[in-house]
Design a protein around this ligand. Sequence first.
Ligand code: BDR
Ligand code: CA
Length: 315
Amino acid sequence: MDTDPGVDDAQAIAFAIAHPEIELLGLTTVFGNAQIDVTTRNALTVLEEFGRSDIPVAKGAAQPLQISRFPAPDFVHGDDGMGGLYLEPPKQQEINETAAEFIVRVANEQHGELSLIAVGPLTNIAQALVLDPELPNKVTALVVMGGTVDAIGNVSPVAEANFINDPHAADAVCSADWPLSIVGLDVTMKIAFTDSLFKKLQKKAGKVGDFLWRSSRFYVDFYSSLSQKISDERACAMHDASALVYLVQPDYFTNVSGPACVAKSGPAMGQLLLDRTKESYLLPYWEGRPNVSVAMQVDGQAVLDCFVNTLIDFN
Ligand code: BDR
Ligand code: CA
């Protein structure tokens, strides 16, 4: 799992650890919700909090492939990237391998059995693709949390944060022939992770549930301050964890397929451009591109139930 923890990344990591059908082989870290040293420290700390410091963490990209890094969104995730919890430094350290090297090595070791999940900017995945252009044929699935087709963007009118943070990487990922599914704002903004659910987790999901409650306070405050409300109750959107639920329950989602590219500059930078008609267009950007499967509708209640019940059962 490639991640930029991040409050909602921690929720996704919790689900990956708790779900009986997922064996989490490692975390690779990327800049995004905070700088790379912070997201890497958070990955290590979160694994320790969840009692799984045996899971390796490989540090990845500090900046995007070509553009300058945007400022970290400390007003969303706190300046520690973990909702202002200011956790103790981790005891473990990252391994002596880059994120891209780790991804390529593990994909080769797993002989086609690896599912790659990316819930941050796609820089490490694009770098892994350069290291091993055959990588798309070596994974069972690549599930990406990012982008938006019809929903309003969360960092510009048309762009989602993970895609705009490295649009060149996102476009490179969409150009390769992976078994690629995208779980973006079209569905994640419809999944309201309410305070009642966080409270239920705090009561019934032990130490992990308590951590998710505490780490989400600042994040839910941010979501509750937005004009675009996702629920009548205090709530945040379920972004990264939805990609993990997609991995085990794709039937909760309705997808649309087509060639896709990502705008790399200008006011549309970071926009996911999905060709849903496969007509011939005036512009050549979609020509020769493989189909990408993008989640457009979701049974949000089923996703929430799956998440909450998985963590309660794990406890
Ligand atoms: C995505 O951006 C990050 O802030 C979140 O962790 C999530 O991966 C949502 O747009
Ligand atoms: Ca993330």
